[in-house]
Structures are given as structure tokens and as C-alpha cells.
Design a protein around this ligand. Structure first.
Ligand code: ATP
Length: 541
């Protein structure tokens, strides 16, 4: 350390001596110039400084020329930058070439606050495709932005264009967070009606179509396998029309399935009675409970079958899809205020919850509809089970949340059903797989639906005819031949070859032959209804 300090002191003395020496020489040179030219001291100083600067410039110029000559015009990048910035400072040349901006989108997004004032949407990154009802922009945002920045400001973007939020639809690209697909309609959605789709369109749709989207394309869900749906909307908004359209599409394109309909409005779903394993028109909660029990039993049977094949290391069984569709379901969860009524409502709620939950694995899909999407109308335990949601016009955000889920408005590009035009019937927000789509349900003519219903009924009949002879099938044929709606057990047993004089024992043997078909009772005796036998045969219990 001491050695280092000593060395520093010596360097300081040497530098001081050098400086004194330089000053003495400079003073001597200046004095010589002054003497030679006969100038005053200030003039001598100014002249010497000017001569030195001119000399320095001359040396720099000569060095630059020499470097250019030797380097074949190549310049180090720092030199390019220095020159460019010097030139730019002098206003001699543009430092960076201008990026051509797509003015309309740049202005719209800047004004909406989705991009910064200094940012642009590059024209070479925009494509525009016309659609039937407007145009679809596909573009990339600046590197500092993502599609969420546009999504959050979609109202303002609509404001910039001078249209409503519903004129715009934002789609998210799965390949790039900066890619925006923005649909802009020329007129409010569904201002003009789209014609009902042809059979071929429905049959070739990848999934189950539920309606048209705002561009006139079919829109729906990919499948109802492991899925259930809640449809809500205020009175007269088009739920029944929409579900009639959905059932028609199912009949046309979903292959074989069993249909259970509970028509809480008494005649909204009657068109499809012929195709049902069980059809009821009632607003009585006991009927709902009974259907739920029947389907739960079927679901449990399927679970047991699944267990069995797993235990025996066999492949998973394929179950025929079952649809349980209930119109105006809120009726069935209401109680009359009494303790007994409340207990009954709770029991029904629990059974319905289990059915919807179990349905996902047992191939039983429930579709519930309601015109009362209030907090209490459909218990939260039940409604939280639905995978797909569809909300037609409602008059409050609270109702929209009941229908679409409490966190719906935090999802990607939500559409508020309160903003729909209630005069355009049948339009609704379909929320499926995390995506919202504005659709309008099909409004098929009665003739078209009757045609589909009759065709399906004829096909179902043929399937039944072609199935192997069973006691159930024989019982149906015998009753149809005799034109009986109801048959006593004592009468049916001998027809099916049961020779037993004891009525009780004969009844037990008969029940064993007709596995699972519910018994009925008329005013006189116990027996079986033709409808129940047919339903059992159709569902292949
Ligand atoms: N997609 C549609 N296109 C044209 N008209 C429609 C459409 N959907 C429904 N409508 C018409 O709107 C009216 C109400 O329809 P619908 O009966 O289906 O409504 P809803 O919601 O089931 O009513 P409510 O709950 O009061 O029974 C009907 O006159 C129907 O023809």
C-alpha cells in the first residue's frame, strides 16, 4: 500500500513539472510570434488558436478521405449512426423509413385507448374479408399490445366507428396474442332474417346447430356428449321456438337417441310427442320428480354396467344418448311456503342436481329452460352444473349472470344479453367452451318439423320391428292387436306363457319378464300401460 502511495506522489510531481515546462514553451512560442508579427498579446492568442483549429480540421478531413480510400467505402456501424444522427439533426435525411399505417384501424384503436398515440397498425399486417353482413378485419397489434387491450376497449372502438357494441364481434386467435379478428357489421345484428337451413346444412354441420351467427353461418355446440345446457330468457323472447329448432336438428343429425320431454308450458313441445320415450305436459313438481327418478335409475344402471365391464377388463360400453328436456323448469323448484313444501322442494333440488351431475358420465344430457332467471328460481347447486349456457334477452345484468354464470363478465369478449334488441325474437348469447357467440335460433315451419318427426317415428318403429322377439315386444304386439291402452297383469301373464294360478306369484313372474317396466293401476286392478311398454322397448332398458 505504502509503495503504491509513494509511486502516485512521484507521478504527481512529474506531471506538475511537465505542465510547467509546457507552459514555459507555449509562453516562449507566443512571445516569438508576437515579436515576429508585431501584434498585441490578445491578437497573438486569437491568431494562434484559429490556426490550431484549422489545422485540426484539415487533419480530420485528410484522415477520413484516406480511411474511405483504404476501406472501400465500408464504415464502422458507430460511424454510420453518428453520421445519420448528425444528418438527421441537420434535417438532411430521414433517420428511419416511415411504417405505412392502416389509418382507419390505427385511428380507431388510438382513440379508443387500445394502443398508444405513437403506435400504429401496420397496413401490411391487415387483411379484410367481406362477409354477408359486414367485414372481418384480421390484423396484428404492435408488439407492446395483446388482444385483451382491444377487448377491454371494445365499447370505445364501437363508439369510434359510430355503431353499437353489438355491431362488433371480437375473436381471439389461438396462435398469436397480438392477432385480432374483428367483425364489424353494417347493420345491427339480425336486422334481416336468415332463411332456415336446409337439411343438408344441418346434417353436415360439425356438431349440433342451434341457430345462425351474425354473419348468417350456422352456429352451435360441437356435441352434447357429457354436456348439459341451461337456456334462459324472458317471456316471449323465443325460447320455445329455439328448443323446437334444436330438437328438430337433433332428430336430423344426432343419430339414435332417447327423448324425455317435460312440457311445463303444456303445449310448447307437443310436436315431438311421437318421438319420445316419455312425454309429459305438466307443471306438477311430482311429475318432474318422477321423471328425474326414472332417469336417475337409468343412469345408475349405466354406472353399474360401466363398473362391471371395467371389473371384467372389457371395453367401455356404448350407451344410447338420452336427452331430458324441460320447459319452464323454475315451476318445479318452487315451494308453497309450508315446512312440508320446503322439504319437498329441497328433495327435488337435490335429485335434480345429482341427475345433471351424473348425466355427464352416463350419457344423459339435460336441457333446462326458464323464463325466470332469478337467483332463487333455479337453485345455484343445479345451475352450476351446466356446461353450455344460452341467454336470450333479459332486462338485468343479474339475470344474465344467473343464466351465463356469476363470472361470465370476466370471460373473453362477453356479450351483454341486456343489450339485445327484444324486438328481434330468438336471438341469444351462446356461451360454450369459454367463447361467447351471438346467435338467432331457427324458426322452422311446422310442416318441416312434422316431416322430420314422422320420418324419425317411422325409423324408430322399424328398429323396434327388426329387434329380436322378447316378452316385452310380444306384450306390445298383443296389446296393439287388441287395441288396448291398459292390460291387467292377470290377463297378460298367461298370454306370455306364465301358467300360475296364484295371482301374486304370476305378477312377480310377469314383472321379471318385463324387466323394469313400471306397473300401473286402473280403477279395478294392477297392470301395464301400452305407453310404458313402448317406452321401455324404445329405450332398450
Ligand atoms: N327465431 C325467430 N324468428 C322469428 N320469430 C321468432 C323466432 N323465435 C321466436 N319467434 C317468435 O316470437 C314469439 C315468441 O316465441 P316463443 O313462444 O318461442 O317465446 P318464449 O320465450 O318461449 O315465450 P314464453 O316463455 O312466453 O312462452 C313467437 O311469436 C315466435 O313465433
Amino acid at each position: 500500500m505504502a509503495k503504491q502511495k509513494k509511486q502516485q506522489e512521484e507521478e504527481l510531481y512529474a506531471q506538475a513539472a511537465g505542465a510547467i515546462g509546457t507552459l514555459a514553451i507555449a509562453a516562449g512560442v507566443l512571445a516569438a510570434i508576437k515579436d515576429k508579427l508585431g501584434l498585441s498579446w490578445p491578437a497573438t492568442l486569437a491568431l494562434t488558436a484559429g490556426a490550431l483549429v484549422a489545422l485540426g480540421y484539415g487533419v480530420w478531413k485528410a484522415r477520413t478521405a484516406l480511411l474511405r480510400l483504404w476501406g472501400g467505402g465500408k464504415q464502422p456501424s458507430t460511424a454510420v449512426k453518428q453520421e445519420a444522427s448528425l444528418a438527421a439533426a441537420d434535417g438532411l435525411l430521414e433517420a428511419v423509413p416511415e411504417i405505412p399505417a392502416y389509418t382507419e384501424l390505427t385511428e380507431a384503436l388510438r382513440t379508443a385507448g387500445a394502443i398508444d398515440k405513437a403506435e400504429v397498425i401496420r397496413a401490411d399486417e391487415v387483411t379484410i374479408a367481406p362477409v354477408l353482413t359486414g367485414q372481418r378485419y384480421d390484423f396484428l397489434l404492435p408488439k407492446t399490445r395483446t388482444v385483451q387491450d382491444v377487448q377491454k376497449r371494445l365499447d370505445n372502438v364501437a363508439g369510434y366507428f359510430g355503431v353499437s357494441r353489438l355491431h362488433l364481434a371480437l375473436e381471439r386467435s389461438r396462435d398469436n396474442e397480438r392477432r385480432v379478428q374483428l367483425l364489424k357489421l353494417d347493420a345491427p345484428p339480425f336486422s334481416a332474417a336468415f332463411p332456415a337451413p336446409a337439411r343438408r346444412e344441418i346434417e353436415t354441420f360439425a356438431g349440433v346447430p342451434l341457430g345462425h351467427d351474425v354473419t348468417g353461418q350456422l352456429a352451435g355446440v360441437p356435441t352434447f356428449d357429457k354436456a348439459s345446457m341451461l337456456i334462459a330468457g324472458m317471456s316471449q323472447m323465443g325460447k320455445t321456438t329455439l328448443i323446437n329448432g334444436l330438437i328438430t336438428c337433433l332428430l336430423l343429425a344426432y343419430g339414435e337417441f332417447d327423448l324425455y320431454l317435460l312440457d311445463g308450458k303444456i303445449c310448447g313441445l307437443i310436436t315431438f310427442e311421437k318421438n319420445c320415450v316419455r312425454y309429459e305436459a305438466s307443471d306438477d313438481p311430482a311429475v318432474f320428480e318422477n321423471m328425474v327418478d326414472e332417469l336417475s335409475a337409468r343412469g345408475k344402471g349405466r354406472y353399474q354396467r360401466k363398473q362391471e365391464v371395467k371389473r371384467n377388463r372389457q371395453p367401455d360400453p356404448k350407451f344410447k344418448p338420452v336427452f331430458f328436456i324441460v320447459d319452464e323448469v323454475a315451476n318445479f323448484f318452487a315451494d308453497d311456503g309450508t315446512t312440508k313444501g320446503k322439504e319437498k322442494a329441497q328433495r327435488i333440488e337435490e335429485k335434480a342436481r345429482k341427475l345433471v351431475a351424473m348425466a355427464l358420465e352416463s350419457g344423459i344430457s339435460t336441457i333446462f329452460m326458464t323464463q325466470r332467471p332469478d337467483r332463487d328460481a333455479i337453485p345455484v347447486k343445479v345451475r352450476s352444473q351446466f356446461v353450455y349456457r344460452l341467454c336470450l334477452y333479459v332486462d338485468s345484468t343479474g339475470s344474465a349472470k344467473v343464466a351465463l354464470g356469476d363470472s361470465y363478465f370476466e370471460t373473453v369478449a362477453p356479450i351483454n344479453p341486456t343489450q339485445l334488441n327484444p324486438d328481434i325474437k330468438g336471438q341469444g348469447v351462446l356461451f360454450a367452451g369459454g367463447t361467447s357467440t351471438l346467435i338467432r335460433g331457427f324458426n322452422f315451419s311446422d310442416e318441416f318439423m312434422w316431416e322430420v318427426v314422422d320420418e324419425t317415428a317411422a325409423r324408430q318403429h322399424q328398429v323396434l320391428e327388426a329387434s329380436p322377439e322378447t316378452p316385452l315386444k310380444t306384450a306390445i304386439r298383443l296389446m296393439q292387436e287388441r287395441e288396448l291402452e291398459f292390460i291387467r297383469s292377470a290377463e297378460l301373464a298367461p298370454l306370455l306363457g306364465i301358467e300360475e294360478s296364484d295371482e301374486g306369484k304370476a305378477g312377480t313372474k310377469l314383472a321379471a319378464l318385463l324387466k323394469g317396466v313400471p306397473k300401473s293401476r286402473n280403477s279395478a286392478a294392477r297392470g301395464y300401460r301400452l305407453d310404458d311398454l313402448v317406452a321401455a322397448a324404445k329405450s332398450g332398458l
